[in-house]
Each structure stands twice: as C-alpha cells, then as structure tokens.
Ligand binder design. Sequence first.
Ligand code: DX5
Length: 224
Amino acid sequence: MIELAPSILSADFAHLADQVQAAVQGGGTVLRVDVLDGQFVPNITIGPPVVASLRKSTEVPMDVHLMIENPDQYIPEFISAGADWVSVHQEACRHLNRTLNLIRSHGAQVGVVLNPATPVETLSEVLDIVDYVLVMSVNPGFGGQKFIPNSLNKIRKLAEIRGARGLEYRIEVDGGIALDTVASVVRAGAEILVAGNAVFGKGNPTTNAQALLKAAMEATLQKV
Ligand code: DX5
C-alpha cells in the first residue's frame, strides 16, 4: 500500500492547521513532523507542544522523525503529545536496540532512519524489531534539496532483505520526492512517501498531493 506523508517542514507555519487539512484532502494519510535540534542536524524546528496542538487538528497518524541527539530523553514526551509513529537515526543512537524498544514500550510504531552515507547493513540486528525503515534521500536538515539517486539501491536492498528474511517492516523514503522522482522510488520498493516542498512549496497543497499520489499509483501499475 502506497501512502503519502506530507512533511510540514515546508508548510506555512502561520497557517499550519489549514495547510495540514489541505494536504490530507489531497490524499495525505500520514502527517510527517520533522524534529530538528540544531545539533544532530544544522537546523532547529519544533518540540512536543506543537505535536500536541497538531494532534487536535488532524485525525491522521503523526509520523515524528527525530533528527536529534539523545532521543531517549524525549521519546516518551513526543508519544504522550500525540506521536503515533516515532523514528530515530541509527547514527544518533549508541544503544539502538534499547531506543527502539523504548518507542515500542510507549505504544508507538517503531522506525529507524539511515542517512545517505550509512549502509543498510548497519541495521541487520534491528530489522526484526522495527515497523518501518526510513531511507533519507537527502542529507537531513532542510526541505527543497535534490534527490540522491543512490537511495534507490538502498530501497531495493531493504526490499530484498525483507523478502529473504521474511520480515514485515515497511520502507519509507524522504527527501526530494517530487513528480520527477516519485515513480523511481515506488518501482524500487518504497511504500511511504514523505514530501515537503512538492506538497507545500508552491501552489495548492491539495492538488499537489493528488498529482504526486497519482504518479505514485501509476508507477505501481508499471511495476506489476
Ligand atoms: C529534511 C526532512 C524532510 C524534508 C523533505 O531533513 O527530513 O522531511 O522536509 O522535504 P522535501 O520533500 O522538500 O525534500
């Protein structure tokens, strides 16, 4: 099942609830919330209070991507604020197994993230305890960046490993997902498509989301 996760990092924060509603009307079924701490990544965004406010403005699951150092300290707070899915970076977790189990123990969907330079093999010991794997197809920290083509090989490899080991994690991709890249990531095996600029950058988020989902669905038909 292909899902579109509009990323509010590129939304107009002065009208956030309206922007979210418009993207959901266009077919977004998961709301991506990017948390940046200015340490793990060179940019700063939001904390649990914004997640709590957003929780009151939308029914769709909230996918909170923690681009932060020491995520263990903040995971319980983001989940009690309303996060349904929580993902942490392999590169930020000294005790990755413990951190992923902490997310699980607080009742959220468990995600693990790979930066563009980090090989898929670094996850071999945790792929059986996660619900989804997020492949960053840009270096995290900003919206509107160019898609890194080698991400396609990582998506294919994750799909192969899943089949070979009989695992069930879903594959999420994030960064530079737009009308000119969405078909290739879907054909490679991506199922959850995070899009910031392509949905909120310019024009109407509803029609932008619809166009992106249509291109993704057409790619699944080509894949079969
Ligand atoms: C960047 C964030 C992405 C970003 C994607 O670090 O993780 O979610 O918002 O934005 P686009 O789709 O514009 O590349």
